[in-house]
Design a protein around this ligand. Structure first.
Ligand SMILES: [Zn+2]
Length: 393
């Protein structure tokens, strides 16, 4: 089926420019044409008039936790709730996510593979939601960050086995924990955790299976351990230094800053019911986190948008808040939009399908009632969302 959209401003994320009088032609759920109206239009009075609104490619959130409920204490909820309750909540979260313009997500660690069923249900059109990539159990050291939901390992051999288990279960990529973090009581965000050799073993298994790897990494030493081990993306990257940034550039490693995660915890605080240890640790890292993001950006590190949605008060569906923060800390609006579309697609290996509106790619796009290229806050005025050319919202 053919659908034509006209009277729209089109954000070209590749060129980082806006095509004022744009046209989109969708054929069987794929982009046939997206560009200048005058170059693509032939007489057709069934075109959908978008009233001058702005169209951008569907957003990719490269770091979420679909099963975390964004309550003040998500790990507490996971312990309390039954599997069916956790899953039912997550169905709602994924619907909220796509309704707000996010067409693809990377799930950075679930619980007992419940998120694998969620992914399948979305793929089979049983429920609305974004396309999901899933990691399964995150791999951490015994007692390490995220151990409540992770697979604990204490040697390269165990790390290799743990990675193989996730691949066997159907993981799209492997998530490993290079350092401590704020959400697990008793671990230090700055402290290294898995060793370089342990991470290298897990990464080797992922590479053999042609899968990407991502690491939760906050402290400098752990970040460098992960980089030397051959990681594909650094998540959070709170304490970057020049050497770490140099290694990232040399090895073409992406940064997913997840600024929203720390912001939500610090803004809402203990008064909102967030555990005190998480608030204290977040306050302590916030400044370095922002500085690291700015250093990486200035050095030219590739940055993909990720929110850590599901962590305390970091709501599913509020994903676009991250773009506001990226701009607040130095990015141009179009640069942030590119991070949340094309760069994300490249990082997760789906840029043949997602990330920009180009011929052959899936017709996933968002219609915004405003000009986010001028004022990034307009990104919140999501008017319509299309997945495979079908109206979702
Ligand atoms: Zn996370």
């Amino acid at each position: 089926m053919r659908k034509i959209f006209k009277n729209l401003s089109l954000i070209d994320v590749k060129a980082e420019e806006v095509i004022e009088d744009g046209l989109i032609i969708v054929e069987n759920g794929r982009i046939e044409y997206a560009g200048d109206f005058n170059r693509g239009y032939s007489e057709d009075n069934k075109a959908v008039d978008l009233g001058g609104r702005t169209v951008l490619p569907g957003i990719i959130d490269s770091h979420i936790h679909s099963l975390f409920d964004a309550s003040p204490d998500p790990f507490g909820s996971l312990e309390e709730d039954s599997d069916s309750m956790i899953t039912i909540k997550a169905v709602g979260f994924m619907e909220e996510t796509i309704r707000n313009g996010v067409v693809a997500v990377r799930d950075m660690g679930g619980l007992d593979y419940l998120e694998f069923g969620l992914k399948k249900a979305i793929d089979n059109d049983l429920i609305p939601g974004p396309k999901m990539q899933v990691a399964g159990r995150l791999i951490t050291m015994t007692g390490g960050h995220g151990h409540l939901i992770g697979r604990e390992v204490d040697s390269p051999a165990e790390a290799r086995k743990a990675a193989r288990e996730q691949l066997k279960a159907g993981a799209d990529f492997i998530k490993i924990m290079a350092t401590g973090g704020v959400m697990t009581e008793g671990v230090e965000p700055g402290a290294p955790q898995l060793t370089e050799a342990e991470m290298a073993a897990a990464i080797a298994e992922a590479q053999k299976a042609d899968r990407k790897t991502a690491t939760h990494a906050q402290g400098t030493e752990g970040i460098k351990n992960a980089l030397r081990a051959g990681i594909d993306s650094i998540e959070h990257g709170v304490f970057l230094d020049d050497e770490a940034i140099e290694l990232m550039l040399e090895n073409d490693v992406y940064l997913v800053p997840t600024l929203a995660a720390v912001h939500c915890i610090v803004e809402e605080g203990v008064e909102a019911g967030i555990p005190e240890f998480a608030v204290k640790k977040s306050e302590a890292v916030m400044e370095s986190h922002i500085r690291s993001f700015q250093m990486a950006r200035e050095a030219g590190v590739k940055i993909a948008m990720g929110t850590d949605a599901g962590t305390p008060l970091n709501l599913h569906g509020a994903n676009l808040y991250e773009l506001e923060l990226m701009v607040e800390y130095g990015m141009e609006p179009l640069e942030a939009i590119r991070a949340a579309t094309l760069t994300g697609a490249e990082m997760i290996g789906l840029d043949n399908e997602l990330g920009s509106l180009e011929p052959e790619k899936a017709a996933h796009f968002v219609v915004i009632d405003g000009n986010p290229d001028e004022n990034i806050r307009d990104i919140h005025f999501v008017d319509q969302v299309y997945k495979n050319g079908r109206l979702i919202r």
